[in-house]
Design a protein around this ligand. Sequence first.
Ligand code: F6P
Length: 342
Amino acid sequence: MRVGVLTGGGDCPGLNAVIRGVVRKGVQEYAYEFVGYRDGWRGPLEADSVPLDIPAVRGILPRGGTILGSSRTNPLKAENGIRRIKDNLAKDDVDALIAIGGEDTLGVAARLHDEYGVPCVGVPKTIDNDLSGTDYTFGFDTAVSIATEAIDRLHTTAESHMRVLVVEVMGRHAGWIALHSGLAGGANAILIPEQRFDVAQVCDWVTSRFKATYAPIVVVAEGAMPQDGDVVLKDGTLDSFGHVRLSGVGEWLAKEIERRTGKEARTTVLGHVQRGGTPSAYDRWLATRFGLHAIDAVREGDFGKMVALRGTDIVRVPIADATARLKTVDPALYAEAGIFFG
Ligand code: F6P
């Protein structure tokens, strides 16, 4: 049996741990051979592969990024994409494909399996933790730790200057990183994409925090949006519902807070720092287990499935179920954090 492995979409701490888990168990227990496809779906599309064996995965467990490279190539949009993938897998004698990725990568894997009969197993990956079907994705814990450490550090500089510090974290569609790091870091406001925020309310929280003689920290997810009345249209574009969507929401919010409260404000955009570097112990553990279970799914011929975490168990769910809708922050969970705002 020859198994292809690819990593697609934005990179994420723990990808190498999955690859290592897959290859170690596949070689040691099942005597499988592996082909590593480079840069996500671009690899099988353009027949770009590298050998993947035990020496290739030695020492990669603590390394961030992915030894296979990644891209957002979508073969469903390429000319004869499916045909080319099928031909190239056949040329490489590949019997099954393990696709490690987020919504887009797994969405392609689901269609390749369901509509074109390509034997795929999915492994969920995203620092955003917004994939359905699994309690957690690896990479999230690392991203939350990095954001929390940043918030801790920003507290002391905010206090020294009695300024507002706005921290913009990743999360285009879901506020998991903002909510978890904001709670862990003791933020005075947490703003998430799931709920439009009221700038006047944020300014009230900021003002009350100053009254208590503390400097406020506002954590805002990159996809968080102000209520429409709060933003002059030329500052934002409209989303598909006709609502205002801002790019650079952190910077915009800091300026608004300064203008409305008269308090000095600064913005820190954490960006790709949240995705880089070594995975946390939890993410290595989860990613390794996902890898071990993914190769077992191949062994059992259980294709079209994605490995997933339920409680402390690794289970399998149809890939299509996991990509059908995003897992967003539950309003009750968000409301729970509200006690700390202001
Ligand atoms: O999906 C993960 C994610 O990190 C998002 O939170 C972020 O908006 C996006 O990727 C950034 O992607 P890129 O690497 O293309 O800038």
